[in-house]
Design a protein around this ligand. Structure first.
Ligand code: SF4
Length: 183
């Protein structure tokens, strides 16, 4: 069980389209904005979680939408999951303080799209491990999360997360068995 501590979150992702250049790197009083924000947060919180990032190579413009075809039901379900705004109302409403609805929305959003396939199973393993490490409770199907969600995220996404996690664990076991046998 982790220590009780006050945590601050720093979002450093985003395309900075309105800003016009990577906002995190913008100079402010002699240092990049993200570095300053991190320093200020560090002085006020016990722990700072920085999330996001960018790549420094040119990846080109957005590809033509029809280059990667996505079945309509998968696209609709992925977009439903993407509606999660990370407000945390589901966690607050759950008697177990479980973050399963929030985490499953993130897992389900990317896991149903072709672009999310390369890291689909490592992603679910890592996200559930981090959720456990942060001390959130387990889901026992109270469904208070679903009832309190302002974006009407369905607990079907939790079922999808559980299915992917099981597959991920089976795959990991197989990988381990193969490497043990080879060793
Ligand atoms: S209540 Fe809904 S929108 Fe808010 S974090 Fe939970 S799943 Fe996302």
């Amino acid at each position: 069980m982790p220590d009780r501590a006050l945590a601050g979150a720093l979002l450093v992702g985003g395309a900075s389209t309105r800003f016009g250049s990577p906002k995190a790197l913008a100079p402010f009083e002699g240092e990049p904005l993200a570095v300053r924000a991190h320093r200020v947060l560090t002085s006020a919180f016990d722990r700072v979680i920085a999330a996001g990032g960018f790549i420094s190579v040119r990846a080109g413009s957005a590809p033509e939408a029809n280059d990667t075809l996505v079945p309509k039901p998968a696209a609709d379900s992925a977009m439903d999951a993407a509606a999660c705004i990370g407000c945390g109302a589901c966690v607050a409403a759950c008697p177990n303080a479980s973050a399963m609805l929030f985490v499953s929305a993130k897992v389900s959003h990317l896991g149903q799209l072709p672009q999310g396939q390369p890291e689909r199973y490592t992603r679910v393993r890592k996200m559930v491990a981090q959720m456990d490490a942060e001390g959130f409770g387990g889901c026992t199907n109270h469904r208070e999360c679903e009832a309190s969600c302002p974006k009407e995220i369905s607990i079907l996404h939790i079922a999808r997360l559980n299915r992917d996690l099981l597959k991920a664990q089976l795959t990991a076991t197989e990988e381990k068995t193969v490497s043990d046998g080879a060793g």
